[in-house]
Ligand binder design. Structure first.
Ligand SMILES: Nc1ncnc2c1ncn2[C@@H]1O[C@H](COP(=O)(O)OP(=O)(O)OP(=O)(O)O)[C@@H](O)[C@H]1O
Ligand SMILES: [Mg+2]
Length: 217
């Protein structure tokens, strides 16, 4: 199967008159709570559309049934459920999300911009003490994205951004531990780091540059 980026060249070489920029690519935006993922994923979609790409926003937990269960029984609680239960539910939701949303959208040639993916499971449930190898195994059906970006923001800065919006996952200590796992994934070249400490506009410019560089390579 062609990856999104192979499809760019096919589109260019084989069919220059094709409807503009239906190229299919899967891009994930990752990082600790409040680092700016949702803000940036939505701006990226807008920026890509402005340039004629057919881009769509999607998020995990998904809007499907398991995603709804996660929001209700995992995220909106005062105390965390066991980490293994979190990991299994997120992995189940990911199967549903990939099958029902991501793959069909890619087939339509869309650029899918995904707000959190398997890296969030590794970072959060990994920071909670679970084995990263096991988390990877239960996520074996999660297709590899074409590009996965880690928006890195200093934990202190994130805490001040999050003052209004707290959930059970967010304490300073936990943020630091989660960030450590993300950095490990960067070292393993599964994620590309981006400095998220700058203004929304500056960060969005950096993201667009990397994404366009990939799409137009
Ligand atoms: N570069 C930035 N500088 C300052 N504030 C920002 C920046 N990016 C986002 N914010 C603000 O920080 C808050 C969190 O942003 P956002 O919801 O996009 O983060 P998130 O990573 O999606 O969070 P969550 O993990 O909780 O979904 C929002 O109030 C947003 O306006
Ligand atoms: Mg968000």
């Amino acid at each position: 199967m062609l990856s999104g980026f192979d499809m760019v060249s096919t589109w260019r070489a084989g069919n220059p008159m094709a409807e503009a920029r239906r190229i299919g690519a899967f891009i994930c935006i990752e990082g600790v709570d409040g680092c700016g993922k949702t803000t940036q994923a939505k701006i990226l979609v807008k920026n890509l559309r402005r340039r004629g790409f057919d881009a769509v926003y999607t998020t995990e937990p998904s809007v499907g049934k398991v995603g709804k269960l996660i929001r209700r029984f995992v995220l909106d609680r005062q105390r965390r459920v066991p980490a293994a239960l979190e990991a299994l539910l997120f992995a189940a939701d990911r199967v549903d999300h990939v099958q029902e949303e991501v793959k069909p959208l890619l087939k339509w040639g869309k650029i899918v911009v995904c707000d959190r993916y398997v890296y969030s499971s590794l970072a959060y449930q990994g920071a909670a003490g679970l084995d990263l190898g096991w988390i990877d195994r239960i996520n074996q059906f999660a297709m590899k994205p074409d590009l996965a970006l880690f928006l890195d923001v200093a934990p202190g800065r994130v805490i001040s951004r999050l003052k209004k919006k707290k959930s059970v996952m967010e304490t300073m200590r936990n943020l630091k531990e989660v960030r450590e796992v993300y950095l490990k994934l960067v070292q393993q070249q599964r994620l590309i780091t981006l400095n998220g400490n700058q203004s929304v506009e500056e960060v969005s410019k950096s993201i667009l540059k990397i994404v366009l560089g990939k799409l137009e390579a």
